[in-house]
Ligand binder design. Structure first.
Ligand SMILES: *Cc1c(COP(=O)(O)O)cnc(C)c1O
Length: 376
């Protein structure tokens, strides 16, 4: 938790549940990533946290943006981003959104199949396009490999087709999976992309860009490699693959930029045991799976939790949300322990919850309001 967030919570005791996010930490994270990969242009993945305060600060820092649909593009433009600084990075786009983006001056689009390429040729003629390759997502706590991307062989055909359709075959992209904890995952993906660059050059198609996607991890319960380690691994692989003929490099960080800038402050609603002698306590908070903690699905993302009794004796707990839905359990099998003194009414903090929380909150499930947000 940043000192600014701690001070805000202490001074204001805002109603729970709420997210408090330190915009200066967003800036620090952006600068750290840019320092680790100075040759890469940063396209912030808007879905991680689209708050105007976040987008506005990133615009001021010269960031570009990876948007998934018409609404995210509008949010970027409203925050002051130039259309040329926006990539329409979703491989699944409505025709109306493609046409709208094209009309607004967005000229960079992702795709991963022939059908989407045809839509782009028709509704964004002449646009720069990049093809997403499916790569190994091992090492990622939140994988993205099944739904997106095509094979190297198919990408080769598609990029040739792109030129024939009047589009600009600009580059290739991949995503090694979100909360990726293994820097070598980028190296393997870069190797595949580089081979395709060579193949296509031999076929007369000169690509100019590699989009390395996101995936840079945040420290939750477990230690993760530093962003400098990722930077070194990526530059080593890029240099090995491309020599001194490096293509333009894009990165699309989401989680890393906003994750550790935010803290969710929550209240303990109930602490109970199923039976008198059960060692396991159930801790119910006023935020759960439907209040924004969607990434606890499968206990994939394991947040650290701070309590007023930290330092005292602890015992095993399951941690759940406040709704009447059986799926509203965050942690049951991940060996969470919390202080035995924890009790109803205590305020707890879920740390590093600035990414993928506010927008995942349901509207009014069981009547609970969407997560309140404070940007400081
Ligand atoms: C979600 C997403 C990102 C951001 O990933 P992080 O793991 O949060 O850095 C980047 N690119 C694309 C295409 C995405 O869908």
């Amino acid at each position: 938790m940043t000192p600014k967030v701690a001070r805000f919570l202490a001074d204001h005791q805002p109603a729970t549940p709420c997210l408090v996010l330190d915009i200066d930490r967003v800036e620090a994270n952006f600068r750290a990533l840019r320092a680790a990969l100075p040759l890469a242009r940063v396209y912030y993945a808007v879905k991680a946290n689209p708050a105007p305060q976040v987008l506005g600060r990133l615009v001021a820092l010269g960031s570009s943006f990876d948007a998934a649909g018409a609404e995210e593009i509008d949010m970027c433009l409203a925050a002051g981003a130039a259309p040329a600084a926006i990539s329409f990075g979703n491989t699944i786009k409505k025709v109306s959104a493609i046409a709208g983006a094209h009309a607004a001056g967005v000229s960079l689009f992702a795709f991963d199949c022939e059908e989407e390429l045809a839509k782009l040729a028709r509704h964004a003629p002449g646009a720069r396009v990049y093809c997403r390759i499916a790569v190994e997502n091992a090492g990622a706590d939140w994988p993205l490999s099944k739904k997106f991307g095509t094979t190297v062989e198919r990408a080769r055909e598609l990029m040739q087709m792109a030129g024939d359709l009047g589009l600009d075959p600009y580059g290739l992209s991949f995503h090694v999976g979100s909360q990726q904890t293994d820097p070598t995952s980028y190296e393997a993906a870069i190797g595949r992309v580089a081979m395709l660059f060579t193949d296509l050059r031999d076929a007369g198609v000169r690509l100019r860009m590699v989009n390395l996607g996101g995936g840079f991890p945040v420290r939750y319960r477990d230690e993760v490699p530093t962003v400098d380690m990722f930077g070194h691994a990526i530059m080593r692989a890029m240099t090995r693959a491309f020599g001194n003929d490096l293509p333009e490099m894009l990165i699309e960080p989401g989680r890393f930029i906003v994750g550790d800038a935010g803290v969710v402050s929550a209240e303990v609603v109930l602490v109970s045991r199923r039976t008198t002698n059960d060692p396991l306590r159930w801790v119910y908070l006023d935020i759960g799976r439907f209040g924004g903690l969607a990434e606890t699905e499968g206990e994939a993302i394991r947040y650290s939790i701070a309590t007023p009794h930290d330092g005292g004796p602890t015992g095993p707990v399951a941690i759940a949300g406040p709704t009447c839905d059986g799926a509203d359990v965050m942690y049951h099998h991940s060996n969470y322990r919390l202080p035995t003194a924890l009790t109803c009414g205590d305020r707890v903090e879920l740390l590093a919850t600035g990414a993928y929380v506010t927008t995942y909150a349901s509207q009014r499930f069981n009547g609970f309001a969407p997560l309140a947000e404070h940007y400081i």
